[in-house]
Design a protein around this ligand. Structure first.
Ligand SMILES: Nc1ncnc2c1ncn2[C@@H]1O[C@H](COP(=O)(O)OP(=O)(O)O)[C@@H](O)[C@H]1O
Ligand SMILES: Cc1ncc(C[n+]2csc(CCOP(=O)(O)OP(=O)(O)O)c2C)c(N)n1
Ligand SMILES: [Mg+2]
Ligand SMILES: [Mg+2]
Ligand SMILES: [Mg+2]
Length: 322
């Protein structure tokens, strides 16, 4: 395999997005979108940080890398359109294995009518997949973390803690296909999020590091307090049965579930429930927003007791403790 024959092997033979002018073939791609706002994000997956040869096959690496990016597009309320892929490839990876990474990306991309429009390929020591995505959203309807207001209902989609439990299943040989699939091939909440443009105001964030982190990001950005009830936070019975001493921690800070946490006025809450039903996305109330002094905070109510919920999920570039 060389760089150019590899690029030839992954070059799309056709494109789906009508706004595309130039795809994979020149120095850069070109698309034109005069009527909507453009949303863009990049997320990176690195061997031995986000996956290992043991936890994921090449297909899952591609799928999961694009899913993480689509989750950020969902968290902005946008509809996916394009992606670019930057690869660092160790010398022991074959073209067939890299083809599998792309097959994983394509399965999700075709579901959301996305086009691969470029990327970059270099050699290196550990596999690294960095994806840049573009999506569209109705003008001024991107959904920000800073939009929460006192009196709002806090909601969450799907179930939390599954991806962390799935990782544990893989590492310890526990055969729970549902949880393992939640870790390897998460389902970003695009179909729900793209329906949110009809709302006057929604705050939204996706759960990549754990809701303890993401709830705090909303609280800080909006300068409000989020009051969450642990008893309302959704999780599967599997994780509490399989991992009784650890699941509570994973529900709050396991991360990588790629669900959404958001807030909406009490008046528009029934409309969220309706939109979620149309999108086939489970959604539940998990708490309320209250006024804050200066900086915002998150409180967790559990068995009648209240505690501060600090950021506790996955954080990169942490200083080593001695
Ligand atoms: N190395 C970087 N250079 C520039 N911007 C960055 C870098 N890393 C993160 N960001 C920006 O910081 C913000 C938060 O990033 P991140 O925590 O990764 O968000 P998310 O959890 O949604 O992926 C985003 O606006 C992101 O684009
Ligand atoms: C082998 C392995 N070890 C540990 C983890 C757990 N893990 C790695 S990164 C991460 C957090 C999410 O990734 P990040 O790069 O922080 O995404 P972002 O916040 O930028 O969306 C978690 C929980 C994993 N997925 N695989
Ligand atoms: Mg990120
Ligand atoms: Mg995010
Ligand atoms: Mg992160």
């Amino acid at each position: 395999m060389d760089e150019f024959s590899f690029i030839d092997s992954i070059r799309p033979s056709a494109y789906l997005q009508p706004s595309l002018i130039k795809g994979v073939s020149d120095d850069a791609a070109v698309f034109r979108q005069p009527s909507e706002d453009i949303v863009t994000a990049v997320d990176t997956m690195v061997e031995d940080v986000h996956f290992s040869r043991e936890t994921m096959q090449p297909y899952h690496i591609g799928y999961r890398a694009l899913a993480a990016n689509l989750s950020d597009l969902a968290a902005m309320g946008s509809t996916p359109a394009f992606y670019l892929v930057s690869l660092v490839v160790p010398s022991d990876w074959t073209q067939e294995e890299l083809g599998e990474v792309y097959r994983g990306m394509r399965s999700l991309a075709s579901e959301y009518h996305m086009d691969l429009i470029g990327g970059d390929t270099v050699s290196g020591k550990q596999l690294c997949v960095s994806i840049t995505v573009f999506g569209y959203v109705v003008k001024d309807k991107a959904r920000y973390r800073s939009a929460a207001q006192s009196g709002d209902i806090v909601f969450a989609t799907g179930t939390l803690g599954d991806a962390r439990a799935g990782l544990e299943c893989i590492l310890n040989g526990v055969n729970d296909p549902y949880l393992i699939q939640r870790h390897r091939t998460p389902d970003p909440r695009i179909n729900f999020a793209k329906r949110l443009s009809s709302f006057s105001r929604v705050a939204l964030n996706d759960v990549s590091d754990g809701i303890a982190n993401e709830a705090n990001e909303i609280a800080e950005a909006s300068k409000v307090e989020l009051h969450l009830n642990f008893e309302q936070i959704p999780y599967t019975s599997q994780i509490s049965e399989l991992f009784p001493s650890r699941y509570e921690d994973w529900v709050l800070s396991g991360g990588e579930d790629f669900e959404l946490i958001g807030t909406v006025s009490e008046k528009e809450w029934p409309h969220i429930v309706e939109v979620a039903k149309q999108a086939n996305t489970p959604v539940v109330e998990i708490g309320r927003v209250k006024e804050s002094g200066q900086n915002g905070a998150v409180y967790l109510y559990k068995e009648g007791k209240r505690s501060i919920l600090n950021k506790s999920g996955y954080t990169h570039l942490q200083e080593e403790r001695d």
